[in-house]
Design a protein around this ligand. Sequence first.
Ligand SMILES: [Cu+2]
Length: 336
Amino acid sequence: MIRWHRGLVLAALVALVSVTPPPAKAQARTWTVVAGGLTRDGSVWSNAFHPRGVDVTVGDVVEWQFAGFHNVAFAGGGKLPPLVVTQDKSAYLNPQVAFPVGSAEYDGQGYRNSGVPPEDPQVWASQQHRYRLRFTKPGTYVYTCIVHGPAMSGVVRVHPQGTPLPRDPAGALQQGLEEQRATLQAGQRALARLRPEARGGSVRIAMVGDGQRGYSLMRFTRTPLVVRRGTTVTWEIQDPFEIHTVTFVGTEKVPPFVIPQMQTGGPPKLLLNPKVAAPTPHREYAGSGYVNSGILVPLGAPGPRTYSLRFTRSGTYTYWCPIHAMLGMKGTIIVQ
Ligand SMILES: [Cu+2]
C-alpha cells in the first residue's frame, strides 16, 4: 500500500509540474546608463552619468554606453587606483583605469573597471563603446569615473528580487536622456555667458565647469580676444572635472596628449606626452615658438590652476588645449 501511495504521489507531482508554469522567477533585465554626452560641435561636455542613480533588482545587468572619454570604476571595498602612474620619470595613464579589470559580475567586493573608449569623437557620438555588469547582491553601489574624479559619480541601487522599482528600463533611460539634455543645456547657457574679464592691464579667461550641473566647457572664449600690446592674459581653471593646457605651437603641429607605446604580449603603455604635460619657462609671448602652460588641474586637485603670459608683439595668435583639440578647444588672441 505504501509503495502504491508513493507511486501515486510521484505521478501526481509529475502531472503538476507538466501543467504549471515554472515558479515566478523575475526575468533579469538590462538597464542603460549613458556616461557623459557632448554637443555636436564638441563645445559642451557632460561629466555626469545619466541617470545618476538607477534602481535594479538582483540578477539585473547595467550597461553603460560611453558618450565621451570616461570610465566606470567600482572600488569594491578598496581604494580606487590613481589616474596616472609614473615609471622612470615618465607619466602614464594607469592601465588599471584605461583597460577593463574584473569579472562581469559584481557583489560589492573587488575592483571592477570598464576601461576607457578610444579617443575618437565619432565613437563617443555613436556610443558604440559599452560596458556591462551583472549585480548579484542587494546593496547601494557608488561608482566613479576616475578620469574626471569624484565629482563624476553615479550609483546603482540593487534591490532584492520582487521589489517594486520606481522605473522600468525604458523609463530609466528616458530619465537619463532628460538629465543629459538638462546638463548640456545648462552648459550651453554658460557658454553663451562666457566672457573674458578685463581688469586694469590684464585679462582673465576662465575655463569653466559646474560640478552640480555636471558639465565642462571645451572652449576658452567664444570669439577672438582683442588686447593691447603689453597686456597680461591669465587663464584660470574653474572646473571640478577637467585638466587643460594653454599651448601656442608656433610652426609645429598640435602634439598628441597620449602616445601609445606598443608592448609585446600586452596592452600598449599610454605615455602622457611630456611636451604637453610639462610647462615651458615662458612668461611672455613674442609671437612665435612653442609656449606651453603644462597641465592645469581641476578645482580641488593639487597643482597649478592658472597660467599667465604677457603679449609683447602685435599679431593674431591661435592657441590650443592639445588634450581637447579633437573637440575644437582652441582660442584666438589678437594683439594690437
Ligand atoms: Cu582641455
